[in-house]
Write a protein that binds this ligand. Sequence first.
Ligand SMILES: [Zn+2]
Length: 410
Amino acid sequence: MKRKLILSLLMLSMAGSSVTAYGVDIDASKQKLNQASEEKKELEEKLNKKEGEVDKLVKEIEEIDSQMRAASDELEKAKSELAKIEAEVVAVKKELEAAETKLEEKQEMFNSRVSVMYKNSSAGYLEVVLGSTDLVDLFNRISMIKDIVGYDAEIIAEVKNQKEIISVKGEELKVKESEAKEATRLAETKRAELESISNSKIAYMETLKNDEVAFRSSIARLEAESAQILDSIKSEESRQAEEARKAAESASKPQPPSAGSSVSTGTGSSNSGSPDIEVAPSQPSSSSGMIRPAASGPVTSEFGPRWGTVHKGIDIGVPTGTPILASTDGVVARSYYSSSYGEVVFINHGGGIVTIYAHNSRRLVSEGQRVSKGQVIAYSGNTGDSTGPHLHFEVVVNGAKVNPRNYINF
Ligand SMILES: [Zn+2]
């Protein structure tokens, strides 16, 4: 009962041991992954904020653009109004000039007639008057001259009046023209202001979009990093699973060819009950048929609880280079380097029993090689997870690590 409990406890601790051997890497990787995912989340929040700002800005720019279009229309209208007024001004100016010319002509004509009639005594008026045949004719002639002069004066007054009207029209147009010019200037100013606002908003949007691009590329980088970390975790986990599978396989593999009589006699649990009594301390072999894996050297650490965990084997303090012996006949199941066991040899003795020899400086056997009891299989050392030269020796029965003292008298 007690052994069964210990066995199940041991199996639990074994299950845990494969994690602790490589768990640091996976834990660190998972931590990195978490960090990357948190960083990514932060960046995505920032990106969302930027996108929100850009959306708002786009609407503002659209609003300003529509204001700008209205301002442009207004400006166009003001300009065409101004052009029309300017054309009118030109036309009125010409009209005025024409009226002035006409007035000058009429004035000249009138002057010459008057000068003919009043100033120039030798010609014209006197001639006309003196040329009269009688008094009636004389009065007729004077009247005719008066009529002509009167007619001329009328025309002059009319032209003067017209000129006055045109001149007033010209003044009015000049007022209108300056108003139109002012309206154009205002429309231009307004449009320029809107354009400058729009330009600054567009410039700000450019910086926001640049930020967005930077955030997006950071997110992509984090995603690539995370994918890589995930890959490494997956491959490490499958490597560990494979290692655990191999260990279990080598520990439980039956071994028909060796069929050592020493092993078959030692598999019974009844034999392991009291090995200490049956075997003398000086004897190299026990009732199980197994011998001490190192001929000499003290047991420095027993199988069982140690420093809050379970020590799954027995440690024998031996200097580096001490011959390590196969505890009994068997076939080498594994011979390799492990970061925890160091240079390690597994020997399958058949009947579900495997022995493990760890922390060696040198291995002398390879996987599949048949070895006999007492054969030197390695030289001891301090490799792997070890703090000083020693042999770490384990006995595995049907996949469970048990106290080697059940089989060997140390
Ligand atoms: Zn140990």
